[in-house]
Design a protein around this ligand. Structure first.
Ligand SMILES: NC(=O)c1ccc[n+]([C@@H]2O[C@H](COP(=O)([O-])OP(=O)(O)OC[C@H]3O[C@@H](n4cnc5c(N)ncnc54)[C@H](O)[C@@H]3O)[C@@H](O)[C@H]2O)c1
Length: 362
């Protein structure tokens, strides 16, 4: 709601770290949340990218940095929004926490449970606000599904399904975007296992995984089975497709389908099936079908820009003490499950998940 004339508006001053592809969506999101948030600094090793980003999403006074260190040293920066390649998330989060900045970080949390432990310790010790950029949590259909599930609208849930599927043709013929360092591109670091930390399941599959966990609510994942394959990207060093089966403590089963090889027909992003009926949804549209109903009830909300809604929630957490929908524990659980799925796929067996998300599946 815009502030009434004369109202003081608190403004969170934000530094963007990594001004690449996804930072564009964050730039749009911060601008849409003005004046509650304002980008006052941008850091990127590619100076041209920082400059170009600032030209579109900041006022004229924004500071440009060649790396995160000098940005963190700026007392004018209250919070950082980390949009870096995967291997840089952990050091950036730990350094930002030590500098006392509130943190919004793109997925994945990081690439190893050792790094997750360092992040958990730094966030706990410093008490800074930390939130994963789990933008799809803010899709109206998922918000409504979680409300219906919590209200018992389908009775006891038996099965959840979460899908994130598209054909990634851009990865077949990568083009380096303007201003990137020589030999660099979003596909250069994604093709390097050390920087990427996994394959499609860790990258795009992250969305499908946190969505599945969000549907299951307080129900804890206790075991995972998985198959992975590379169907579409012959030169890719990792999988482009994963199918995961997750057992929850209640006995419910979860299924995650995630791929860069194909799209699905009539794509639903999620389904939940239970004793009284089922739910299915995608974007702003949700269907609710009880067993005796002749046809499903349909609800269609206005579409949202999920990154804008995510930044609004981050501002609510930092400025108004709202409870974060994506705290560090959530990111840690998603990572534990993902790494356990890789182990399950490699060894062709079920992997059990310890209650402590910092402990590896075995
Ligand atoms: N939420 C989503 O839907 C979504 C979509 C795409 C990417 N992502 C995530 O966003 C992150 C970035 O992905 P991307 O596709 O934007 O990558 P990108 O390669 O387009 O952008 C990364 C940027 O970081 C910069 N950079 C690299 N090393 C740096 C350093 N040491 N210090 C400062 N800047 C540095 C690069 O120059 C580049 O501009 C990843 O974690 C990715 O998984 C999320």
């Amino acid at each position: 709601m815009p502030a009434a004339k004369g109202d003081a508006v608190e403004t969170l001053k934000v530094g963007i770290v990594g001004a690449g592809g996804i930072a564009e969506q964050h730039g749009v999101a911060w601008r849409a949340n003005a004046p509650r948030g304002e980008i006052v600094a941008v850091a990127d090793v590619a100076e041209a990218r920082a400059r170009s980003f600032a030209g579109r999403y900041t006022g004229p006074g924004a500071e440009l940095h060649g790396g995160i260190e000098s940005l963190l040293a700026d007392p004018n920066v209250d919070a950082v929004d980390i949009c870096l390649p995967h291997h840089l998330h952990a050091p950036a989060i730990v350094a930002a926490a030590r500098a006392g900045k509130a943190i919004l970080c793109e997925k994945p949390l990081c690439t190893s449970l050792e790094d997750a432990a360092a992040i958990n310790a730094a966030v706990q010790e410093t008490g800074v606000t930390f939130m994963m950029a789990h933008n799809q949590l803010f899709q109206p259909s998922l918000i409504e599904a979680r409300r219906l599930l919590a209200a018992g609208a389908i009775g006891r849930p038996f099965l959840y399904r979460s899908v994130e599927a598209f054909q990634n043709r851009a990865a077949l013929a990568p083009v380096a975007p303007a201003g990137m360092a020589e030999g660099e591109s979003p596909w250069a670091w994604r093709s390097d296992p050390k920087r990427m930390g996994g394959g499609e399941v860790l990258d795009t599959g992250w969305h499908a995984t946190y969505r599945l966990l969000a549907l299951a609510g307080d129900d804890r994942p206790v075991a995972v089975q998985a198959m992975t394959e590379r169907y579409f990207l012959p030169d890719w060093p990792a999988e482009d497709t994963g199918l995961l089966l997750v057992r929850f403590a209640s006995g419910a089963i979860g299924e995650i389908l995630t791929t860069w090889a194909f799209a699905t027909v009539g794509a639903q992003q999620f389904e939940a099936m239970g004793e009284h009926g089922s739910l299915a949804g995608s974007g702003a549209r949700i269907l609710h079908q009880l067993h005796r109903w002749p046809q499903p009830a349909e609800r269609v909300d206005d579409p949202v820009h999920s990154f804008t809604a995510e930044v609004t929630h981050f501002l609510d957490v930092v400025q108004r003490g709202a409870t974060s929908l994506a705290p560090v524990a959530t990111g840690t659980r998603v990572l534990q499950l993902t790494l356990a799925a890789y182990l399950a796929a490699a060894e062709g067996r079920q992997v059990e998940l310890p209650e402590n998300p910092l402990e590896a599946g075995a």
